[in-house]
Design a protein around this ligand. Structure first.
Ligand code: S3P
Length: 425
């Protein structure tokens, strides 16, 4: 797909539902008693992979258009799948479902696409094994395919070396079935959607700082869930409006959970004009409408505890930093190397191809802003967030940018290019 400079962005939009929350709504809905009614579910390829895995284990979901119904079969209601479970491109599906499957009374094999088969799974194999799980990397390389032999589990107290909601959630989901309490302590707090949703489904779970404590659950109760717009999807429009002169856009009903809202904080540090309107506290997840106006941006330092709260937004923040005055430093973000692609290497290569002054570091990058970017051929590496990032970067660049494998945006945002085009003037 090809992109060129735009004059301004104007108008309103609603971004699709939050990907993390959509996955969890299917998983907990499947394990609950009764029907779970989900509004705002993201029908992107990743979340459809989660539905497909659970349907192979006997879970019926109904797509009613704006609503998805999940007919839960209870904590012990999953059936043994008669085929391999394919998690597609989805790390969330692979890691979270592993926690659930470790405790079932059947054996199962999990796999996924080329990217998934390269992503680290030792980070869940180790803690789940400590809980008594029998889970192995089939090729012995610490990656999927994974073979899981369902077993009786016991609670653990786990000091996670990474701030990862996928690791934390895999352990918590296994902990629902464990004998005794499960504790997870993180170096920094990662997104807490699992904790919030487990609470609403009736689990006994509490958080103390960066520690979460869960008691095993005899049953969960089906819920009505309202999923807010995904701030990680809104991020592309936030960046596009901030870097395109004479822009003003309103993004309605965006999730602003404090474990996810780092992009808002960093944009403010960069001098951006972002206003939160119509702020609602919940139930479940807080939301707001975001009013964004373009203006002069300045460089900043992004590090430490804020990193997990904007981890998926760092590619587009890096692109935005090219349009800011001064230097932006991103550090403590080595996790970017093990996402759908190596997002440090891929960002540095692609931004450099567009004429940006950017240096790769061990755990991030240094971006010296203020240069005019020019069009280039961008290899998305079939990473949805890389493709969307460069559609945005191209909006302020001279000449034409071509994005390869641009359709990979279907993973998290099927209508992305249409929605972007609708705002451009
Ligand atoms: C996610 C957690 C994050 C994030 C991913 C979704 C989740 O991964 O990058 O897109 O839904 O729990 P990590 O928890 O591994 O950092």
């Amino acid at each position: 797909m090809k992109f060129t400079r735009v004059n301004s962005l104007k108008g309103e939009l609603t971004v699709p539902g939050d990907k993390s929350i959509s996955h969890r709504s299917i998983m907990l809905g499947a394990l609950a008693d009764g029907t779970t009614e989900i509004h705002g579910f993201l029908k992107g390829a990743d979340c459809l992979s989660t539905i497909s895995c659970f349907s192979k284990m006997g879970i019926v979901t109904e797509d009613k258009g704006d609503t998805i119904l999940v007919h839960g079969r209870g904590m012990r209601g999953l059936a043994r799948p008669d085929q391999v479970l394919d998690c597609g491109n989805s790390g969330t599906t692979t890691r979270l479902i592993s926690g659930i499957l470790s405790a079932q009374k059947f054996d199962v094999t999990l796999t996924g696409d080329e990217s998934i088969q390269k992503r680290p799974m030792k980070r869940i194999i180790e803690p789940l094994s400590m809980m008594g799980a029998k889970i192995e990397s089939v090729r012995g390389n610490g990656c999927a395919p994974l073979s899981i032999h369902g077993s009786a589990l016991h609670g653990i107290c786990y000091h996670s070396p990474v701030a990862s909601a996928q690791v934390k959630s895999a352990i918590l989901l296994a902990g629902l079935y464990a004998d005794g309490e499960t504790r997870v302590i993180e170096p920094y707090l990662s997104r807490d959607h699992s904790e919030r949703m487990l609470t609403s489904f009736g689990a006994d779970i509490r958080t103390e700082g960066t520690e979460v404590i869960l008691k095993p659950a005899a049953r969960l109760e089906g819920q009505k869930i309202q999923i807010p717009g995904d701030i990680s999807s809104a991020a592309f429009f936030i960046a596009a409006a901030l870097i395109t002169p004479d822009s003003e856009i309103l993004i309605r009903n965006v999730g602003i959970n404090p474990t996810r809202d780092g992009i808002l904080k960093i944009c403010r540090d960069m001098n951006a004009d972002i206003r939160l309107l119509n702020v609602k506290e919940g139930p479940g997840e807080p939301t707001a409408d975001l009013l964004i106006r373009s203006g002069k941006l300045t460089g900043t330092v992004i590090e430490g505890a804020v990193i997990p709260t904007l981890i998926d937004e760092l590619p587009v923040i890096a692109a935005m930093a090219c349009y800011a005055e001064g230097t932006t430093i991103i550090r403590d973000a080595a996790e970017l190397k093990v996402k759908e692609s190596n997002r440090i290497a891929v960002m540095v290569k692609n931004l450099s191809a567009m004429g940006a002054d950017v240096t790769e570091t061990e755990d991030g990058m240094i971006i010296r802003g203020g240069r005019t970017l020019h069009g280039a051929v961008i290899d998305s590496h079939r990473d949805h967030r890389i493709a969307m990032t460069f559609a945005v970067a191209a909006m302020g660049a001279d000449g034409e940018t071509e994005i390869l494998d641009a359709e990979c945006v279907n993973i998290s945002y099927p209508g992305f290019y249409r929605d972007l085009a609708a705002l451009t003037r």
